[in-house]
Design a protein around this ligand. Structure first.
Ligand code: ACO
Length: 337
């Protein structure tokens, strides 16, 4: 780390597909109901990508909004990180397509930490800025999960949605991104997985017929319980390291996996529910895109102000989880980007 060099978030942006999919859509596909989905998850609707909309196209749109709000030209970005577990293609990285579409010439790579991808990306990007290796790092979280859903599995198909969010990191005099905590328990990889389509089980007619190229979740309740404990523990570790209390946090922007999980994390930390931002009702679980979409919606609606202490926390496949502690340094945008 270069002494005295900090990283701050200059602006965020997001993009959602046009198509809104209400809970009722699933009632004709599986045995479920709008009431069950709302009560058990807090989700009312999500967005699904349509023709021509992909992880790269949504990433590009979200990145453009963040850059426009920061008043930064794409050519000024030194590093692009795209966090995703639903890339446009196995090869090359989604970041390659986004870099070209934005007219950038900087290095770019994908990062897969599933739902924790954006939290990981902010940590890596911050390290690049504080080390003096880069001035401006664009961190994108983007997913098109609708294309890896098993529409006959009611325990997963109702949970997920598509979208993208982006944050531009740049050097700041005071710490904007104060610190991060990252964690992984790979021994539990089988709990949440897409079994086929990789080197272990290449796509074949048989694997496709068995829908092994879709999300498989084993024991949703176990994932639920571990998510609450792990996110709260990461947040506590982060606050302790910074010498801060849960009561110092102005807004919690957690991964929107399930409203009950997010509220339980807030409760475990002793943070007032009014400080916990929720937008899962409209977007569902968008994995790596979830936190930057929520940050953008919170920011543009005036829920985040300069000087606020923002706590992010995420948990997902891997099992991977983590949290960032951020002093918000961006004024509410008036560019309507
Ligand atoms: N509609 C109606 N009934 C359903 C549905 C549905 N969509 N889904 C499950 N059920 C049924 C179950 O089959 C079960 O029925 P049974 O009692 O007859 O066996 C009953 O509802 C209760 O099931 P539970 O699993 O106990 O329900 P729970 O309250 O735990 O909610 C849920 C399930 C929403 C999946 C919850 O456990 C959860 O949110 N888990 C965490 C998921 C998550 O966070 N994933 C994040 C990572 S994703 C990633 O990394 C890509």
């Amino acid at each position: 780390m270069t002494p005295g060099r900090h990283a701050r978030i200059a602006a965020v942006g997001s993009a959602l597909p046009r198509r809104v999919v209400p809970n009722r859509y699933f009632e004709s596909l599986v045995e479920t109901s709008d009431q069950w989905i709302v009560e058990r998850t807090g989700i009312h609707a999500r967005r699904f990508a349509g023709a021509g909309e992909t992880t790269a196209s949504l990433s590009t749109e979200a990145a453009r909004r963040a850059l426009a709000s920061a008043g930064t030209a794409p050519e000024a970005v030194d590093l692009l990180i795209v966090a995703t577990c639903t890339p446009d293609r196995p090869l090359p990285s989604t970041a390659a397509f986004v870099q070209a579409r934005l007219g950038m010439s900087c290095p770019a790579f994908d990062l897969n930490a599933a739902c924790a991808g954006f939290v990981y990306g902010i940590s890596v990007g911050t390290s690049q800025v504080t080390a003096g290796a880069a001035d401006r790092v664009l961190v994108v979280g983007a997913e098109v999960l609708s294309r890896v859903l098993n529409m006959t599995d009611r325990t997963t198909c109702v949970l997920f949605g598509d979208g993208a969010g982006a944050a531009l990191l740049e050097p700041g005099e005071d710490a904007g991104v104060i610190d991060s905590v990252l964690a992984m328990d790979g021994a539990q990889a089988e709990l949440l997985t897409i079994p086929a389509g990789g080197s272990e089980e290449p796509t074949t007619a048989e694997s496709l017929a068995k829908l092994r190229n879709t999300i498989h979740m084993r024991d949703g309740q176990a994932v639920f319980k571990q998510a609450v404990v792990a996110m709260a523990a990461a947040a506590t570790e982060l606050l302790d390291k910074a010498g801060l209390q849960p009561s110092d946090v102005d807004t919690v922007v957690a991964h929107q996996a399930n409203a009950r999980i997010i509220l339980a994390v807030g409760k475990r930390l002793g943070i007032d529910p009014s400080k916990v931002f929720l937008d899962i009702a409209e977007v569902g679980n968008t994995s790596a895109a979830s936190i930057p979409i929520a940050l953008d919606r919170a920011w543009r609606s005036g829920r985040l102000s300069r000087g606020d202490l923002v706590l992010t926390a995420a948990f997902g496949a891997g099992l991977a989880w983590g949290a960032n502690l951020i002093r918000w340094t961006a004024d509410v945008p008036n560019d309507h980007a």
